[in-house]
Design a protein around this ligand. Structure first.
Ligand code: PMT
Length: 399
């Protein structure tokens, strides 16, 4: 475990758990990190800035308005400097501000400005944690890629028993170390991900498609990028912005996807196919807009599209890891296992798309990871979290 050279900014908000953050600072320092602390005004009521200044050996930033000129430079400086941003303890209030993009003090301003990965360790009363507003804010933040650590359950300072206790400093530091370890584990690897829906044109203004938003595939591409891989995303129609740093290959139809994949896949170490390609296309595609006829019924004939994943599987290179998805409405595992074999995949991510919170156009998913000698249930979670689990499994299978 070594955090040498890492710049970590810790935001401390006003909760009784603020005293535990002193231990986080000193553990991170012992691992070699350079730690910078920003405290909210309320946090300074629980523990003094001098404690953190002594432990971090850096000036503690406490408020935007104390010395405007110095801090104004500083908030941009720390936002830019951070390799990782941790908010611990994170009160319901700071989570709400982060979710809404409110920047009314030094900490929230810096958080809004930073491009660094953000971790938050919530700490609050159980009622506040379980409140719909807080849970919605947490869901928004997770969907944006904020890593939530905890909270743990147990006896709280207010006397209640339940969820809301800040995770232990040792566990928080462990997550941070794991993140930096992971950040390196795909370095030098080429990863190709597919995402989104294909469109099969009937005529210049009409097409057949499906509900895929691309969120699952984009989450995987983002996670692979964070872990150091060189990432290519071959994508159909998507509703989410694709982050910078990812090479993109836009396609429209399944045939376009096939052509792109036959060209791109041989170069890749890992290929993960989360796109939803149409199995059929219109046999007779019209070059002009189809006119309404006098007929009450018309028949449009569909013809089979190539199975892209199977074609990539047939051309599998030594050392390549191939991952597919299975979108099922019944017999989830049996159907997924058939696809695993038929498409020569190393791993298949089976999602029952009828379950609430799973499948198409949701922020979350529920899946079973299936490989030759095993399976693993993945309960309801953000697509960004599932993406990490899929990559963890890929790395494990590659040995
Ligand atoms: O994009 P989102 O809104 O986030 O939704 C995510 C998702 C539901 C699309 C994703 O989780 C998912 O399940 N993707 C696979 C959808 C699909 O086409 O499943 P399938 O069981 O029909 O296909 C199995 C595998 O073969 C898939 O890897 C698919 O990409 C591939 N395939 C399918 C048909 C085809 N003609 N060629 C293919 O390569």
């Amino acid at each position: 475990m070594n955090l040498q050279g890492k710049e970590i900014v810790i935001g401390i908000t006003g909760g009784i758990a603020a005293y535990k953050s002193a231990e986080i600072v000193s553990r991170l320092r012992r691992l070699g990190a350079n730690v910078h602390v920003i405290m909210t005004r309320n946090a300074t009521e629980f523990i003094t800035p001098l404690t953190f200044q002594t432990l971090s050996a850096n000036q503690v930033v406490t408020d935007t308005f104390q010395a405007p000129e110095y801090w104004q430079v500083e908030h941009v400086a720390l936002a830019k400097l951070a390799d990782l941003f941790l908010v611990a303890p994170a009160t319901a209030n700071i989570l709400a501000k982060m979710a809404c993009g409110i920047a009314d003090d030094m900490l929230s301003t810096t958080l809004l400005a930073t491009k660094a990965p953000i971790f938050a360790a919530p700490a609050m009363n159980t009622g506040m944690w379980t409140a719909e507003a807080t849970q919605q804010n947490v869901a928004i933040l997770k969907a944006r890629g904020v890593h939530m650590i905890g909270p743990d359950s147990g006896r709280l300072a207010c006397g209640d028993d339940g969820a809301g206790r800040m995770s232990e400093p040792a566990d928080i530091v462990k997550e941070i170390v794991l993140f930096f370890d992971k950040a390196e584990d795909m370095k030098g690897m080429k990863v190709l991900v597919t995402a989104g829906a294909t469109r099969e044109r009937l005529d210049p203004v009409r097409f057949m498609t499906n509900d895929s938003s691309g969120k699952m595939g984009i989450a995987i591409a983002e996670a692979a990028l964070r872990r150091g891989a060189e990432v290519t995303l071959v994508h159909g129609a998507v509703t989410k912005a694709i982050p910078g740093g990812i090479r993109t290959v836009p396609v429209e139809s399944t045939q376009d996807l096939y052509d792109a994949m036959i060209r791109e896949a041989p170069e890749q170490d890992v290929v993960i196919q989360a796109a939803a390609p149409a199995d059929y296309r219109f046999r007779d595609r019209q070059n002009s807009k189809m006119k309404k006829t006098a007929e009450k019924e018309i028949t449009l004939v569909l013809t089979e599209n190539p199975d892209v994943a199977a074609a990539v599987g047939e051309r599998k290179k030594p050392g390549q890891t191939l991952v597919g998805f299975a979108a099922e409405t019944d017999d989830l595992e049996a159907n997924a296992e058939k696809k695993l074999k038929k498409k020569h995949l190393d791993l298949i991510v089976a999602n029952d798309v009828t379950k609430p919170g799973a499948g198409f156009n949701t922020e979350t998913n529920i899946a079973t990871l299936i490989w030759e000698n095993g399976r693993e249930e993945q309960p309801l979670q953000q697509k960004s979290e599932l993406a990490e689990k899929i990559l963890d499994k890929v790395m494990e299978l590659r040995g």
